[in-house]
Design a protein. Sequence first.
Lengths: 327, 450
Amino acid sequence: MPTIEDLQRDTDSAVAVAAPTSVATPAPPRTFNARKKKKPWKSWLLFLLFAGPNVALLIVFTYKPLLQSLYYSTLQWNLGSASAIPVGLGNYVAWFTDPGTARVVTVTLIFTVATVGGGMVIGLLFAVLLNRKLHGRGAARTIVVAPYVLSGVAVGLLWLFVFDPNFGITAALLDAIGVASPPWYNDPHWALVMVIIVYLWKNVGYVALIYLAALQSVPRDVLEAASLDGASPVRAFRNIVLPLLGPTTFFLSITTLLSSLQSFDIIQAMTRGGPLEGTTTMMYQIYEEGFQAGRAGYSSAVATILFAVLLVVTLIQMKYVEKRVHY
Amino acid sequence: MTASPTFTINRRQILKLAAVFGATATLAACSGPSLGAGAGAAEVAVTDWTGIVPAKEITWWSNHPGTSKLIEEEIIKRFQAENPEITVTLVTAGANYDEIAQKFQAASGTNSVPDLVLASDVWWFRYMINGQVLPLDDLAKHLEFDTDDFNKTLYDDYTFTGNHWAIPYARSTPLFYYNKAVWAKAGLPDRAPKSWAEFDEWAPKIAADGGVTPLGLGKGASWAAWWFCNMLWGQGGAYSDEWTMTLDTPEAIAAADYLQSLIYETKVATVAAVDQVADFGAGLTGCIMGSTGSLTGILKAATFEVGTGFLPEGPEGQACPTGGTGVAIAADRAPEQQLAAGMFLKFLTNSENTAYFSSNTGYMPVRTSARDGDTMTRVYAEFPQFRTAVDQLETTRSQDWGRVFVPNADKELTTALEKIMLQQTDPAEAFAVASTAIATSFDQNVSPYL
């Protein structure tokens, strides 16, 4: 094992080697010619060859639609019509002053917080459970992860029957304990609870899978050392494992947030935004306004607002949350 | 150890980003609608059909209403046997009318537009103001369509600015379905109630002796505001008088009050959670208002004998809306394509094929000759319930513009009706919100294009 003196010596020698270089050869000023020498035309050709197709696809399928949507948001345009009327920020003003906007934003917030927060907590619990040496662990892992790979529409249709208050399994189970089935489809609040449950059921496997991989990379010696020092399993988990899972939590917080805010399939299959628009999130509103109402300009304005929200939230996460992450 | 990556962006990165966005903005500006209020339907050019040779291939977008894919394929087969030079490609372009409409609107301006497309009661008008469909009168005259034989209400449903914009195809109306076994238990005559007043008298017996909730009501878009026409018109009210919303009239409020009283006062009606037809088929409710298009399915699924009748009358008499879909020809196609599409449309809706389609699906025979022909007569003999639906056709009327011609109007009305049915909201309050929203939508999305 190296002693403190050894480490100090190694550091000193490294500084000794590096120091003359930095002092003797100061970096030359970066001139146009110097850059040209570093990147000759062959390098550019190679760059274009490898990055070109990807950049082109990104421009055509991501940036162009994004900017087109931004442009359409300034138009009063019926989807399908060959002409449109410029209205400037009219669609944005209309959305912000619409009495229904507060409800859509509230539904979006509740859905997002519940699915992201709930998904992370439940996913982590599953991961911890599946990381233990249990009998039938392989089968359990498959069962937990399987719903994630299913189609959202198929999952929605399946749960449509499960929650049916007359014929569904939930009604039968609740009936067995003498409780009446909640009005899942006729009460906007219960309907929101229902789609959140189904979303969690489908997506929690993804969180569990990623956390499970991260848990398996937690060094055992650190945990053993903590145990020898008398730390309880709970304290070791809170003070050692959770901090070490920081990068994973950060990654999951971004991906699940983006996924939740863009959720559409389960809502479309189960409630179509109803009843009483109780499950209409911003994402669903974009679809409804654009394709049901045919108000392409208004729909694009909502899409742009949602994009801005996603961008700001992601930037905040990157700027502030990531600083607290331990690598 | 703690990493502290900082998120910074320098001048060069900003310039690169600006360059990418600038390039893509240039690309983005190259496409999209032209600016300025378009005249929509008025911009469709008049075609001289003489001398035009029909195209060899045409495409038809359908959702096969009434699970009619095999029926539609058979009609295409028959058409191609008579016209071997024309091939018709049938495309399943959606699961319902809304999905078809979404795709048709999204395809506008591309070369993916079909030659023929289903145009439902709530979509054809939007196709028209967008300039997406062809006025059919000249083409029908050139092809010698027998338009006088169509049921007048169903044919004139597609009239605006003096032109017809679609031809009736899978047309339906709401119909009163009742469980004969429940009726018998309750000691009621084997018929539908003539009026809502009579239903009010019968309902307690249905609940007490029949052992079921007397009436099942459906909710959801494209549905609730359709059957509610019966109660609304029956009270002498309407959604609108042309473009002016009339939901604040005493008649309209009375209709909604009556609907609400069925659920909360007399408690003889329930709002289905998922599907009122399934609930009825399972024997949970004694009667429902369902589409005639569901007739075949209900008869097959029910484990009891099903009776049908006219929708009950209101104080102002019998009231029944039309619904379902017609078929339109796309405006953005070459005249050769449109001519071939017109030939197929004429064949699709001729007397023989109308009867063939109706007898296999339960949709209305849209031609008088088909209604009275041998095929349908045999169907009436086998399924007397069918005859009721056809007879009721004579009492129908076209729907209010305030529901079917204004984008989002059906959704706003559905929300208002759901508030009335599910949350016991004051009808005047719920209707006021819907009326304001529909009037705004008209100003923004219809008025500039008329």
